[in-house]
Design a protein around this ligand. Structure first.
Ligand code: ATP
Ligand code: MG
Length: 224
């Protein structure tokens, strides 16, 4: 049995066309069913639904053989759980950019905030974010002292309430920032979702996993 970890919502929805192109049909609709384990048209393949941030954990520890996770989630996970630091992922093999759930990681602040002055070498800035590892690295590379405030959601509220000077968050259209009168002051990196595979499973279940990864790769290429 091969277990594929997906998260409900964007990742599941954007993975479906790739699964279809790879000849895989998921037999339950996660929006209608409460099941966490979904059967597919292939008796040897099942889908498990986990939180987006839990996908790397499932795959790393073998709860799933492979999974789909955002680069944002992988970078945070790698920084926290790598064996030897340096952003490695022990037990986690990352073979493929699926080019889905694309957005960018950016710094945003209030319109009246002077970001350029705040990030001059040696200065200090208060940043609220869910992505503390990525934010820490970004500001360290600029030589800026950063006071990080960890949040789990509604990041846009932080600069508006005075909790922080700026936020580091994902941006796609920018309409959420705009609605809250925030401006994107710096782009940190482009984000998309990646296929991650358990390294041990790749040895033990080599043939079927390789075939599946290849099918995904063809599906991604077929979509341009
Ligand atoms: P939840 O929203 O349930 O708290 P989550 O935010 O971790 O969980 P999603 O919102 O489904 O889960 O996001 C999953 C992944 O999709 C993120 O890790 C990121 O890679 C990508 N993503 C997030 N927001 C956007 C967006 N606005 N546009 C495109 N991709 C996005
Ligand atoms: Mg979300």
């Amino acid at each position: 049995m091969i277990t594929l970890a997906l998260s409900k919502g964007r990742i599941f929805d954007d993975s479906l066309p790739l699964l279809t192109a790879a000849g895989i049909e998921v037999l339950d609709d996660p929006e209608k069913s409460r099941k966490l384990i979904l059967a597919t048209n292939r008796p040897d393949l099942r889908v498990v639904l986990v939180r987006a941030t839990d996908v790397p954990t499932y795959v790393q520890h073998g709860g799933a053989d492979l999974g789909v996770a955002g680069l944002d989630v992988l970078l945070e996970h790698g920084a926290e759980h790598s064996a030897g630091g340096a952003g490695g992922h022990a037990g986690l093999y990352r073979p493929l950019d699926l080019r889905i759930a694309r957005c960018r990681m950016s710094v945003a602040a209030r319109e009246d905030f002077d970001y350029a002055s705040a990030v001059r070498q040696g200065s200090r800035i208060r940043v609220a974010t869910k992505y503390t590892q990525t934010a820490r690295q970004h500001f360290a590379a600029k030589g800026v002292h950063v006071d990080l405030i960890k949040l789990y959601g509604s990041m846009e509220l932080a600069p508006l309430t005075g909790l922080a000077d700026a936020i580091v968050d994902l941006v796609s259209t920018g309409s959420t920032l705009k609605a809250n009168r925030l401006v994107e002051v710096e782009r940190i990196m482009d984000i998309s979702s990646r296929l991650v595979v358990n390294a041990a499973a790749l040895k033990v279940k080599r043939e079927p996993l390789r075939a599946l990864i290849d099918a995904f790769e063809r599906a991604v290429e077929g979509r341009g």
